[in-house]
Unconditional design. Structure first.
Length: 201
């Protein structure tokens, strides 16, 4: 019985996350983003205000089904594996995995795009999550790659900016690809950028 508890907890976490997200979307659709509060979302979902903030940092996050980006130990280990790929490729893969960690539960990319179109105020919150993801990657680049001699400080900054450009390229070329078929879309973009860099070097 004890072995099943983590699975039960995880199912409950996902259920509550979805209920809060659904309640948030319903309320903002009915009343508009400015009129909705975290308390109202919690009431609609049938949970306490304290429970709401255990799941979402803000009402905007509840609407988006988003949480602050994070980096797992497994993702960090893959990034630090020098034999797996070059620093550029590893950096792009890392930032993609961190950004995707924000949206493991909740709405799909297309649903979020509709919400952001209806409520442009949400765009700022999305930008904040991307900035947080970039800061996480930058800290890894500075502390890990620079200390290992793979790349110096200024090169680390340039590497981060280049990785961010790859993501913008993917979103422009196929906005939903990072979620629907992330591996193919990202690897194709990495190959494209490498080819361009080789051609101009």
């Amino acid at each position: 019985m004890q072995e099943n508890l983590p699975g039960l907890r995880e199912r409950q976490r996902r259920r509550t996350t979805k209920e809060l997200h659904d309640a948030a979307v319903q309320l903002v659709s009915e009343q508009g983003l400015a009129a909705v509060t975290a308390e109202a979302i919690a009431d609609r979902a049938g949970v306490s205000r304290r429970t709401f903030f255990n799941y979402f940092a803000s009402k905007e996050d509840a609407v988006l089904g988003a949480r602050p980006p994070s980096m797992s130990e497994a993702e960090l280990a893959r990034f630090l594996d020098e034999d797996s790929a070059d620093p550029f490729t590893r950096t792009v893969r890392l930032i993609v995995s961190i950004i995707r960690s924000s949206f493991e539960a909740g709405s799909t990319f297309d649903e979020r795009r509709i919400l952001v179109h209806r409520f442009p105020e949400l765009r700022q919150r999305l930008s904040q999550h991307v900035s947080t993801a970039e800061q996480l990657v930058e800290s890894v680049l500075k502390e890990k790659l620079s200390s290992s001699g793979e790349t110096a400080g200024e090169s680390s900054r340039a590497l981060l900016m280049l990785a961010g450009t790859v993501l913008r390229y993917v979103y422009t070329h196929d906005p939903g690809a990072v979620e629907t078929d992330p591996t193919a879309a990202i690897e194709s973009a990495i190959a494209t950028f490498k080819k361009v860099l080789e051609d101009i070097s």
